[in-house]
Design a protein around this ligand. Structure first.
Ligand code: UDP
Length: 456
């Protein structure tokens, strides 16, 4: 690596999940365009995955993005999708590793000066380390402004007895976070949607602690845009939306992209293909996979389905008998897609999604309507906004058994693709999202302003 002494240098620290690493890597590419050198600090576990997925010959901006790693404290075989286990482990070991890492950078021959530590807000312990070492700090929020607002309001929600000291709502009344914000369903508070009781409690304490770290933050940026959630950014003028941050550059995938699906899409008719992807985290059991496969078959439409190697918790996926033969001429499965390019492809008609925030904003930017199948965390709130507020998608309703049936999938696909209001709203949304990151747009102005401030 070339010496960085006297260069504009930032240290970027994502939370170790795909939907956090990707937008922060994209932000790193923007920083490089503005003259920065970036040290991108993954956990060792994810560093290995990202390097393996990049393959050989990938140039991270000609060495301007230096990929580095520190341990997360878990053993090699432990499950990093269990956030209730991962977070306490990171919290206990990573501050020490980070301090030593920054210490080495400061005394090392290759760098003397870090202009700013930019960390995911969910890695707020890094803010404490940077503050202790006298380094300026920025927090990046990778999810919606609405979820950000709910975390900011935790102390008041406790004070007003809307939730108890463990984060449990005192009743099932809708929550009004501020006079202009849409009502929030208490069941959708993010810490209540992350697992069992122990995980809920762990996550709530974590979010409560995060909500108290704002005074350590010099700059607060968020992957949303003003026109999408004006009631949030009016309320928190110090939080600057810079999104949608579109994850289209190299250096951040946990699995190698299969780009052959783009030439397959080239052969499909315009506005015909159902894109099916559940992000990096969602697991489906055998019954769900079967209904989904049969629903796609019933739809009689072409489809591109991302079947991650761990989609069925590491078990080999079992398609219904004869399914692969019956859909061979119109169905394509890949392990991991170049999602940005897929959503931008003219053949895509709609996106059957788990409603992860990145997937949601990527679809809004591409003007693609959404069929919602949320699984975890903030995805339930995102579904509510998509279907009830922005009206750019429809929800899949489970039957009494809890299962989303093949008929429900087929019926909702037909409804979604024939819905003129949704179609017109997605077009307007695409214009709004595009405007925000174009010259003169709010998000681009906020990004440039942020970059100028950390350069100073
Ligand atoms: N993604 C991708 N290829 C895929 C599926 C997903 O590149 O086949 C990307 C997607 O574009 C998004 C990220 O992975 O940027 C997933 O983030 P999201 O917030 O949607 O979901 P999460 O993985 O956090 O549940």
């Amino acid at each position: 690596m070339a010496p960085l002494r006297d260069a504009l240098h930032v240290l970027v620290i994502p939370y170790p999940a795909q939907g956090h690493v990707k937008p922060l890597m994209e932000l790193s590419h923007r920083l490089v365009e503005h003259g920065f050198k970036v040290t991108f600090l993954n956990t060792e576990f994810n560093h290995k995955r990202v390097i393996a997925a990049m393959g050989s010959g990938v140039d991270i901006e000609g060495d301007k993005i230096h990929m580095a790693a520190i341990p997360d404290g878990l053993g090699p075989e432990e499950d990093r999708n269990q956030h209730g286990k991962l977070i306490p482990s990171m919290w206990s070991v990573m501050p020490g590793y980070l301090e030593a890492f920054i210490g080495r950078i400061m005394t090392d021959s290759y760098e003397s000066n870090i202009k700013c530590v930019i960390c995911d807000w969910t890695m707020a312990w890094a803010l404490e380390v940077a503050a202790k070492m006298g380094i300026p700090r920025a927090a990046f929020w990778p999810a919606s402004g609405a979820v950000l607002a709910s975390l900011h309001h935790i102390p008041r929600l406790i004070e007003d007895k809307i939730i108890d000291a463990n984060g449990i709502p005192s009743n099932n009344q809708m929550i009004q976070l501020s006079p202009t914000m849409p009502l929030m369903n208490p069941d959708q508070l993010v810490w209540l949607c992350m697992g069992d009781t122990a995980t809920t409690s762990e996550m709530f304490n974590f979010f409560l602690w995060i909500s108290r770290t704002v005074e350590l933050v010099d700059h607060f940026i968020c992957n949303s845009f003003y026109d999408l959630e004006p009631y949030v950014f009016e309320q928190f003028p110090n939080v600057k939306p810079i999104g949608p941050v579109m994850a289209r550059s190299s250096g951040a995938n946990f699995w190698a992209e299969d780009s052959t699906c783009i030439s397959w899409l080239d052969q499909q008719s315009a506005n015909s293909v159902i894109y099916v992807a559940f992000g990096s985290h969602t697991m489906l059991d055998g019954r769900k996979v079967k209904e989904l496969a049969l629903g796609l078959e019933l739809s009689k439409r072409p489809f591109l389905w991302v079947v991650r190697p761990d989609l069925t918790s590491g078990k080999a996926i079992e398609y219904p008998d004869g399914f692969l033969e019956r859909v061979a001429s119109r169905g394509r499965m890949v392990r991991w897609a170049p999602q940005y390019n897929v959503l931008a492809h003219p053949s895509i008609a709609c996106f059957l999604t788990h409603c992860g925030w990145n997937s949601t904003t990527e679809a809004l930017s591409a003007g693609v309507p959404l069929l919602c199948w949320p699984y975890f965390g903030d995805q339930f709130i995102n579904e509510t906004y998509i279907c009830d507020l922005w009206k750019v998608g429809l929800r899949l309703n489970p039957a009494e058994s809890g299962l989303i049936s093949r008929d429900e999938i087929k019926e909702k696909l037909d409804l979604l693709l024939g819905d003129e209001e949704i179609n017109s709203n997605t077009k307007k949304m695409k214009e709004m999202a595009t405007r925000s990151v174009s010259n003169g747009g709010d998000s681009l102005k906020n990004l440039v302003d942020f970059i100028e401030k950390i350069k100073a």
